[in-house]
Design a protein around this ligand. Structure first.
Ligand code: HEM
Length: 349
């Protein structure tokens, strides 16, 4: 009797698990839908656009493997000499026409497809670590940042209460207050921040974070110039640079030491950790997202090739679920003709 009941219990639990998965449950009572709703509510609606990082351009190029990362992972991308890349450079925020000079965070998303049909998708940011450790904390931050209808700005009391509850954010606030803003997508470093599990041919597993480090030297945007800067200076700068020559970034893999946090993207690893230069990304062409291949791509961080797998970082599953939700909403809006960018009107330059 008892084994039979246990069996039925297991089936019920499995069914509940499957339901939770399709419903997009993230944990702590959160769903992808609620998280997406909260992100949407931080600004005016922009049908057809990404709910975050709405402003961006598509980019195209090649990843050239150095061969060195093949010792860490069996992923084909580290063996194959060259892999074509479709990517997207963007700024954070939900406004597809937002002023570049008002956005301190710059971003790079990449889709690498190897000759065996496997894909590696990644979305990285210019900050060195994430503000918070968990989806619940990110959701709380999104709610705290929601503009108060009477002032049009976030309520300082709500922001203070959020920082009190999630003190890890203070480290990020200190970084944001002091680190200079780059003046180009081309001279910015992009960091994956989440750890991933790399499995080598001998079965050994290591936790790794990746970064794309520009070969151009960093140049800061003069804070005095921010108000005068053209609202779309990042796209025009990119076009001017690509007209001269390709832009390149080195992909550096940083390997965790045994006690490093591998499930918490808000905690950076010490600078002296072992690094491997996996190869070089070369971008040769940019195109407006309204007409480019990146518009209809979901840069889901859990689309990974064999040899790279998710870590226990809870942000990863939440990101995957929320990106899918955002993707489905914007694609539905485009299909129903509600989107300005479907007609080219208001297309991001
Ligand atoms: C729980 C945490 C996070 C949530 C809820 C979230 C939410 C979102 C959403 C809704 C989108 C738009 C997706 C689409 O419509 O295609 C997005 C895009 C993006 N996110 Fe996140 N995000 C999170 C964490 C992160 C982290 C840790 C990074 C990287 C360090 C990151 C980098 C990006 C980038 C670069 C894009 C733009 C990708 C593209 O060009 O399509 N996000 N995020």
């Amino acid at each position: 009797m008892l084994p039979a009941l246990a069996g039925i219990g297991a089936i019920v639990l499995a069914a509940a698990g499957a339901f939770a998965w399709t419903a997009g449950w993230i944990g702590s009572g959160l769903t992808a839908q609620r998280m997406t709703d909260a992100i949407e509510a931080t600004g005016a609606p922009h049908p057809g656009f990404r709910r975050a990082h709405a402003k961006g351009v598509c980019v195209y190029g090649t990843f050239r493997s150095s061969g060195a990362a093949a010792a860490l992972s069996t992923a084909r991308v580290f063996v194959q000499a060259q892999t074509p890349v479709v990517g997207r450079l963007s700024i954070a925020g939900g406004d597809p026409l937002g002023a570049d000079a008002k956005a301190r965070v710059r971003s790079m998303a990449l889709l690498l497809r190897t000759d065996d049909g496997q894909e590696w998708r990644t979305a990285m940011n210019s900050f060195p670590f994430f503000p918070v450790a968990t989806p619940a904390a990110f959701h709380a931050q999104t709610l705290a940042a929601r503009p108060d209808p009477s002032t049009g700005k976030a309520d300082p009391a709500k922001l203070a209460a959020f920082a009190e509850k999630y003190p890890e954010v203070k480290k990020f606030q200190a970084w944001a207050a002091s680190a200079p803003w780059s003046d180009s997508w081309g001279n910015t470093e992009y960091n994956g921040v989440n750890a991933f599990r790399f499995t080598a041919a001998d079965g050994s597993v290591r936790h790794v974070r990746w970064s794309l480090r520009p070969q151009l030297p960093f140049a800061a945007l003069d804070p005095q110039q921010r108000d005068q800067a053209d609202g779309d200076f990042l796209a025009s700068d990119l076009a001017a640079r690509l007209a001269q020559s390709p832009l390149r970034w080195d992909m550096r893999l940083t390997i965790a030491a045994p006690d490093d946090p591998v499930n918490d993207a808000s905690r950076a690893w010490p600078d002296e950790r072992e690094q491997v230069l996996a190869g070089t990304l070369e971008l040769v062409r940019a195109e407006p997202q309204a007409t480019g291949a990146c518009r209809d791509i979901n840069f889901d961080p859990l689309i990974l090739p064999a040899g790279i797998a998710a870590s226990d970082d809870p942000l990863l599953a939440a990101r995957s679920a929320v990106y899918a939700h955002s993707f489905n909403r914007r694609e539905r809006e485009i299909a129903h003709g509600k989107a300005a960018q479907a007609t080219g009107e208001g297309a991001v330059r």
